[in-house]
Design a binder for this molecule. Sequence first.
Ligand SMILES: [Zn+2]
Length: 66
Amino acid sequence: MSSIQYVMTSRGNRVLSYNGHKFHVNTRRGYKTYWRCAGRVAKGCTMSITTIEDNVVKVNNEHNHE
Ligand SMILES: [Zn+2]
C-alpha cells in the first residue's frame, strides 16, 4: 500500500509526498499532473508520478537513492 500525502509549501505550491519521498510538479497537461522527484537535480533521480484529481495513476522508474 502506497502512502500519499499532499503538502502545501509556504510559497503556495503543492508538494506530493509519496512513500516518504517528496515530488514537485513538473507540468500539467489537461487533467493530468506530472510530478518528479525532488532529488532529480541533486541526485539525478528519474522517478516521476502522474496523478489525475489527486489520485496516482502512474509511477515511472524508481528512486536511485535512499
Ligand atoms: Zn528520487
